[in-house]
Write a protein that binds this ligand. Structure first.
Ligand code: HEC
Length: 428
């Protein structure tokens, strides 16, 4: 009974991908979207851009997945954040990262492949999710909803949040390596080099009346009510910007610095980007301070921004306004991994309410870059977009058993899709 439902769902997803590929002039095999690896030197990708095609007559912007991943590790180029110590110059460090992330992207409305300064890349397979999959206007995927009052005391109803993320060239190289064989992602390549940067723009459906800080904001129309295909396509406002940096100076803890910004429409800056206020950074989970109420030494919160948010993360660790207060950026991202047998269920991303101190100690460890949360699993090196992409891929193709064989160029280290695929996209 359950299996039949899964089979039906998989068939529907495959049919849908097939229809999209037909419309895009692609091949007629519902399990083959087109591009195939043709040798290690050149990989042609053809991952779908979005869950749905634009409706006929659509004249607005259309999202295209930036997927011409570099074939060899690109030189790191200018890394302005290295001038600053994230521990003692946190606000300057975050400012340098934000400047780098915006450089050339603002001019092209964050179409990473059109950036004249450096190309930025998207993670694939985030389209294939009925409720959360990428919408076609800006490539947004659904994030955690914000309960009433969690964004502002005047927020009287829950808001939906939707986001798009981009990786810089070293990060894009790794995305391409993991997905070099488009039919068999290889998690052993998920080791981001020092200098990798990812950032994420998070938009909310909350209105200015509900959350007054959102005034004079960047607004994006988004196709988020597709279930009915009737529209309307609501206007969302920029709420939060997340960054993740692979920085060797953090190797003693996690190897990563995660930071976040909140939009403050009352701030004096001239542009939306000048009004993004750094909330803080973290490079470890402060495992020594669990339950102690002691001062955290691996999270820094900008005192000037504390009043802009209703909560932080667990016991004051860094989290953004849309995030679950029982978690932290690095706690949730430290779980980025896959079991080699995809019938293993995905672990809950946030510790359960009333978790024992032993469980909390698991969730708030400092796990080095490239090391799995669960011994024996494959680490995805803090990338939950890689994890969710693989989970979506496994869900959509898992019944194809045994996995597709044959020369696809790069020999994959196969994950084991099985009829009982239980890996699922991780929640936020
Ligand atoms: C409880 C889980 C959770 C928490 C807490 C969380 N994230 Fe994430 N994050 C996710 C998931 C899931 C994704 C991928 C989903 C997507 O992009 O659609 C993601 C994606 C990202 C990405 C894109 C690259 C990647 O690693 O996948 C960045 C950058 C990011 N988060 C930064 C942050 C920052 C900074 C914080 C804290 C302010 C944070 N996250 C807190 C779950 C979480």
């Amino acid at each position: 009974m359950k299996l039949r439902r899964v089979l039906l769902a998989v068939a529907l997803v495959a049919l849908h991908a097939w229809l999209i590929s037909i419309l895009a002039g692609g091949p007629a095999d519902p399990f083959d979207g087109g591009g195939a690896s043709s040798g290690a030197a050149q990989t042609v990708h053809n991952f779908p851009d979005a869950r749905d095609l634009p409706p006929a007559g659509w004249t607005g912007p259309v999202f295209h997945l930036s997927q011409s991943y570099p074939q060899s590790l690109p030189a790191s180029g200018n890394e302005p954040w290295l001038q600053y110590d994230f521990r003692t110059q946190t606000v300057d460090y975050l400012g340098a990262i934000l400047g780098y992330a915006l450089d050339g992207n603002v001019a092209v409305d964050f179409q990473g492949q059109s950036n004249a300064v450096r190309t930025w890349y998207h993670a694939p397979w985030l389209h294939a999710n009925a409720l959360k999959g990428r919408e076609f206007i800006h490539g947004l995927t659904r994030e955690r909803d914000s309960p009433a009052s969690s964004l502002a005391p005047t927020q009287t109803r829950p808001a939906e949040n939707w986001a798009v993320s981009l990786y810089n060239p070293p990060g894009g190289y790794v995305l391409g390596q993991v997905w070099a064989n488009r039919d068999a992602p290889d998690p052993t390549h998920a080791r981001f080099p020092v200098g990798t940067v990812a950032f994420k723009l998070i938009f909310t459906t909350a209105t200015v009346a509900e959350v007054p800080l959102l005034k004079n904001d960047l607004e994006w129309q988004a196709d988020i009510d597709r279930a009915t295909d009737a529209g309307p396509r609501p206007t969302l406002r920029l709420l939060q910007v997340d960054v993740a940096v692979r920085d060797s100076r953090a190797d003693a803890t996690t190897g990563w610095v995660f930071g976040t910004f909140v939009y403050d429409g009352n701030a004096p800056g001239a542009t939306v980007w000048d009004r993004l206020i750094p909330l803080g950074a973290m490079w470890g989970n402060d495992p020594q301070q669990l339950g102690t109420k002691g001062r955290l030494t691996e999270t820094v919160i900008n005192p000037a921004a504390r009043g802009l948010v209703q909560h932080l993360g667990y016991e004051g660790r860094l989290n953004g306004p849309i995030d679950n207060p029982a978690s932290s950026c690095l706690s949730c991202h430290s779980m980025a991994q896959v079991a080699s047998d995809l019938s293993q269920p995905t672990l809950p991303s946030v510790p359960p309410a009333g978790a024992s101190s032993a469980t909390l100690a698991q969730y708030f460890r400092n796990i080095p870059a490239g090391t799995p949360f669960t011994a024996g699993d494959e680490s995805l090196d803090y990338s939950l977009q890689l994890q969710n992409g693989i989970a979506n891929w496994a869900q959509a193709t898992g019944v194809r058993f045994p996995p597709p064989a044959g020369p696809r160029g790069i020999e994959p280290r196969m994950l084991t899709p099985s009829e009982g695929v239980r890996i699922t996209p991780i929640g936020r």
